[in-house]
Design a protein around this ligand. Structure first.
Ligand code: ADP
Ligand code: ZN
Length: 724
């Protein structure tokens, strides 16, 4: 299978779960795949299609994507076609004929085709090996994108009772999932759910102040790179697009109010790298599949976490580091509330309000944003507790420790004294000695805790309460009142008069939007730009989007390794046999002449190996179980791989690798780590700093050492210094 993967698709490793899914399909079993955007769903049926006898039918609702998928398969040397309403009858007849003659491996179909009995008759004559149903949530009325045509799929299942079906979607609510299984009559389907974490996406929330100026300075860092900016209204998209054009950016508006030819043109140009920036309403994105979007900006507050996750999900589908920046102001909720207030249905209204509030919570929260998103989708436990995700503004901006013992005692007492019957606002009012009506009505102005924290700002109190919930000292009731109560850990803390250290919040402006390119290659940018324009020329000739020639990953590797022979070029990720034959020579020529001019030598590209596949899913569920993820890092360390290499291979942050190493040592395991030891002079400097600060916390040491030392390096040093 790895050979097929490399030969046809040019990839060296499977993404998480792909191999298990393909394996299940090849065993002729029904399969349901829940994977986030960019997870690599297509490959899950395209690769089995090559191995199975007969033809693979793919049902897909998006006509524009169908053509792209087929073009992409053809550039990889795979015989594929599609049938939908965009084709003329003779073309359809021709494809039908070829299908019957067994000349086509993968055939894409629009669901409405299935309604015609003539077409059904044609299908029955085909030798079908696999049926793949893309965007399978469209079959469910519970999903956000119900398409009545999808109900016709029942018939296809009945026409081919013995042929395995694989259904794929990025929507994972249990209700939709069950509906898919029932509607499609999947037989004992094995369900594969992959994590919805997108490790290559970096999440930032910025205050919505001097927003346009800030946007411009952000955009300057994404020269020539595809960007999507989401706005609240059609008018806003047009204004921002024209303001951006005025100062020289290549930006176009996109919204449902534009004529459809115009929309199509803008979209097409964006996909073909002829427009850099799209300024859009949420109408943009459904039918596009551009893998190399490097930045998604939300200029206004999105309505729901689901929407936000989906829109940001359009960044970095190719797995390269990409950024998601949201400009937040609480004032934006007013615009939403205007619409919400017009809703009559009470339940619907309160549901929408609740979702908006969760979006506000996301923006206002002072702990890891990724963690928030994952726990929203029911996955909180996947991230190691309190670990630094290295990819959100909160985690990337280090925070100082402070002694929170006293303030925590006050908060906890206030909650106990008011009988654990109130939410955040009331508790803060009591602590601050507010003359609020409710406080007086309840007689809480008579309590000893009344006004006890009147010098502390409400924001700070709110922040500490959030942290206390996070630390497990406080709990919040699950209903909409969010009543605060003191958890058993909090009671012990009070009783035993324990000390408590928490992290200080940072001021909004300190929050970084500086992006660390995780595991990225330090490639030659001049060559990269040249390769990009070559790629665009070739794509224009072939009338396909540039990324179908080669993706950014491939170009970056070329600009790092400078491969100049067929053999080394073949090792680049994304170079399969089809593309090698078609494009190899022109690219090698360009790389060779550039290398010669600049005296650059070819670097050796290590033969790739697959490690992710060794992780076995537990009941088809997530991969990132503790034991396994550590043991892989451990295995790689034993093979004397460096931290950088491990991070690259596993597509995780170097910081996470160091986390793992820390865990080994804390659990008393001994490993020989001489190959990742720090240079003695640097280790010595860090050691001195630890001695000076007389403790083992990182922050004071980092403060002392300054920019020259990174947190990761200090943390690694701490491992060596504390190990006996
Ligand atoms: P999805 O449909 O889940 O959003 P796609 O199938 O479009 O994802 O894949 C997203 C991107 O990932 C594509 O550019 C694809 O070429 C790439 N991709 C898929 N599988 C692999 C793999 N095993 N190695 C490298 N890239 C992959
Ligand atoms: Zn984080």
């Amino acid at each position: 299978m790895l050979t097929l993967l490399k030969t046809y698709f040019g990839f060296d490793n499977f993404r998480p779960l792909q191999e298990e899914i393909i394996d299940n399909i090849l065993k002729q079993k029904d399969t349901l795949v829940l994977m986030p955007t960019g997870g690599g769903k297509s490959l899950c049926y395209q690769l089995p299609a090559l191995k199975l006898n007969g033809l693979t039918l793919v049902i897909s609702p998006l006509i524009s994507l169908m053509k792209d998928q087929v073009d992409s398969l053809k550039t990889n040397g795979i015989s594929a076609e599609f049938i939908n309403s965009s084709l003329a009858l003779p073309e359809i007849r021709d494809i039908e004929k070829k299908s019957l003659e067994g000349k086509i491996k993968i055939l894409y179909l629009a669901p409405e085709r299935l309604a015609s009995s003539g077409f059904q008759t044609f299908l029955k004559k085909l030798n079908v090996g696999l049926i793949a149903i893309d965007e399978a949530h469209c079959i469910s009325e519970w999903g956000h994108d119900f398409r009545p045509d999808y109900r016709n799929l029942k018939a296809i299942r009945q026409s081919f009772p013995a042929i395995p079906v694989v259904a794929l979607t990025a929507t994972a609510t249990p209700k939709v999932r069950e509906d898919i299984i029932n509607q499609l009559e999947l037989q004992k389907a094995k369900v594969f759910i992959s994590s919805f974490n997108r490790p290559n996406l970096n999440y930032f929330v910025r205050p919505k102040r001097r927003t346009f100026e800030n946007l411009v300075s952000i955009l300057q860092k994404y020269k020539d790179q595809p960007v999507i900016i989401y706005c609240f209204s059609r008018k806003e998209t047009e204004n921002i697009a024209s303001d951006l054009r005025e100062i020289g950016f290549d930006a176009r508006a996109y919204h449902a109010g534009l004529p459809s030819e115009k929309r199509q043109k803008v979209q097409e140009k964006f996909i073909r790298d002829k427009i850099q920036i799209i300024v859009a309403t949420i109408a943009f994105g459904m039918g596009i599949d551009k893998p190399d979007v490097r930045l998604v900006v939300h200029y206004s507050l999105p309505k729901t976490i689901e929407g936000y996750y989906q829109e940001t999900g359009r960044a970095g589908r190719d797995g390269l580091s990409s950024d998601c920046i949201l400009f937040y102001s609480y004032g934006d909720t007013v615009k939403h509330n205007f619409f919400i207030n017009q809703i009559r249905d009470h339940t619907e209204k309160s549901n929408i309000q609740k979702k908006l509030q969760q979006m506000v919570d996301y923006c206002e929260q002072k702990t890891c944003r990724r963690n928030y998103l994952l726990s929203y989708f029911g996955e909180g436990s996947l991230l190691e507790e309190k670990s630094n995700c290295q990819g959100c503004d909160v985690c990337l901006t280090p925070r100082e420790d402070f002694d929170a013992t006293e303030i925590a005692q006050k908060i906890l007492s206030a909650i106990l004294k008011t009988d654990e019957r109130f939410g955040l606002t009331h508790i803060i009012n009591v602590l601050k000695g507010s003359h609020n009506k409710r406080v007086l009505e309840w007689g809480h102005d008579k309590l000893s805790v009344y006004g006890i924290s009147n010098k502390v700002s409400s924001d700070e109190l709110k922040y500490v309460i959030d942290l206390l919930v996070g630390e497990g000292l406080l709990g919040r009731s699950a209903d909409s009142y969010k009543t605060l109560y003191v958890a058993s850990k909090g009671r012990i803390f009070l009783k035993q008069k324990e000390k408590l250290t928490l992290k200080k919040p940072h001021f909004e402006d300190e929050i970084t939007t500086e992006v660390k390119k995780k595991g990225a290659l330090d490639y030659d940018e001049v060559l990269f730009a040249k390769l990009r324009s070559l790629r665009r020329e070739l794509a224009d000739d072939l009338r396909v989007p540039p990324f179908m020639v080669f993706g950014d990953t491939a170009l970056q590797q070329m600009s790092f390794y400078f491969p100049q022979s067929t053999d080394s070029f073949r090792r680049i990720s994304g170079v399969g046999e089809g593309k090698l034959e078609r494009f190899g020579k022109v690219f090698i020529d360009l790389i060779s002449s550039y290398a010669k001019e600049n005296n650059l030598e070819e670097k050796i590209i290590a033969a790739p190996r697959t490690f992710e596949k060794k992780i076995k899913p537990a009941n088809g569920r997530s991969l990132k179980r503790r034991g396994s993820t550590y043991s892989i890092t451990r295995e790689l360390l034993l093979q004397k791989k460096t931290i950088e290499e491990i991070a690259n291979l596993r597509q995780i942050a170097p910081g996470t690798v160091i986390n793992h190493i820390e865990k080994f040592f804390n659990s008393g395991e001994t490993l020989n780590l001489s190959h990742i030891a720090l240079p003695p002079d640097r280790l010595e400097k860090i050691q001195e700093a630890f001695q000076k600060t007389n403790q083992w916390n990182l922050w004071p040491v980092k403060n002392l050492l300054g920019e020259e030392f990174s947190y990761d390096e200090i943390r690694l040093a701490r491992i060596f210094l504390t190990q006996k």
